[in-house]
Design a protein around this ligand. Structure first.
Ligand code: UDP
Ligand code: MN
Length: 264
């Protein structure tokens, strides 16, 4: 059995997951979307109405010291974000809940997708990739090809893996500067590379326009600022992608082509 999975811990990400669920339907995905959700998050009934399987999930066990080192204030102070801004509703501790999907042993493969992403073409092919597959964290320069982004990945749930991960996760003084992403990159140093077209980070649109080739793009990932934020500094530069996200959310047709701004 295969499934897609995402994570929501507050109503902002419920909206994101709604767009993701609709995008999967639009692209004729053949597997359901599991939504791992913090219990009691408002709007989970809407996601059930979209056909999602909602699984209320607790955070993995993390010591108090670990949680305070990875709180929003501590993380932003110790390792500031210089390339973009994280919205107020983003709590880095919640990212570690992604690890809970390794407990879903009834699934042979899970393709995890962040709630701030939409698919624009069918991505069922990802279920044929091995654990652990992910795409590069490519959004500024090609020199970042060796880094991994944890917004899209292929996993094989296993209790043993889960327990082993938790042993590695919370050790005295450890600081995972980009939370689950840094952890997963360390846990799977030999990760399999997916083509970047399976996780196209929105800044590619203005930083690496040569890589913005619409016919090849399968998934758009709105890392840093979210398309539903009322206002953010990159709104203008990302206007066509924000429009795309709203079209998917509202079930309107999407453009046949989206072109990046001409390079200077
Ligand atoms: N997430 C969540 N609540 C939070 C932070 C994160 O539900 O407070 C989930 C959500 O699925 C989100 C993912 O974890 O898409 C990773 O966070 P985000 O996408 O905001 O990080 P970025 O892609 O900007 O690094
Ligand atoms: Mn994301």
């Amino acid at each position: 059995m295969f499934a897609y999975a995402t994570l929501v811990t507050n109503s902002d990400y419920v909206l994101g997951a709604t767009a993701l669920a609709r995008s999967l339907k639009r692209a004729s995905a053949t597997c359901p979307l599991i939504v791992m959700a913090k219990p009691g998050t408002p709007g989970l009934d809407t996601l059930e109405g979209e056909g999602c399987i909602v699984r209320e999930t607790e955070k993995p066990a993390m010591s108090r010291a670990f949680q305070s080192r990875h709180s929003r204030a501590a993380q932003h102070a110790r390792s500031p974000f210089t390339k973009g801004e994280k919205p107020e509703f983003h709590d880095p501790i919640d990212n570690f809940m992604k690890l809970e999907l390794w407990r879903l042993e009834e699934y042979e493969r899970i393709v995890f997708i962040d709630a701030d992403a939409i698919v624009v073409r069918n991505v069922d092919k990802l279920f044929g990739y091995p654990e652990f597959s992910a795409a590069p964290n490519l959004y500024e320069t090609l020199a970042d090809m060796h880094r991994m982004n944890s917004g899209v990945f292929v996993a094989r749930p296993s209790r043993r893996t889960y327990e082993d991960m938790l042993e590695r996760l919370d050790t005295p003084e450890v600081f995972w500067r980009r939370t689950d992403q840094t952890f997963l990159e360390a846990y799977y140093p030999d990760w399999h590379g997916l083509p970047y077209t399976y996780n196209v980070l929105q800044y590619i649109f203005f930083n690496l326009p040569d890589l913005w080739h619409w016919p090849s793009i399968k998934l758009v990932h709105y890392q840093y600022e979210k398309p539903w934020q009322r206002d953010h500094p990159k709104r203008e530069a990302l206007a066509p992608l924000i429009d795309l996200w709203y079209r998917v959310l509202e079930g309107r047709p999407i453009p046949d082509d989206i072109r990046a701004p001409a390079t200077a």
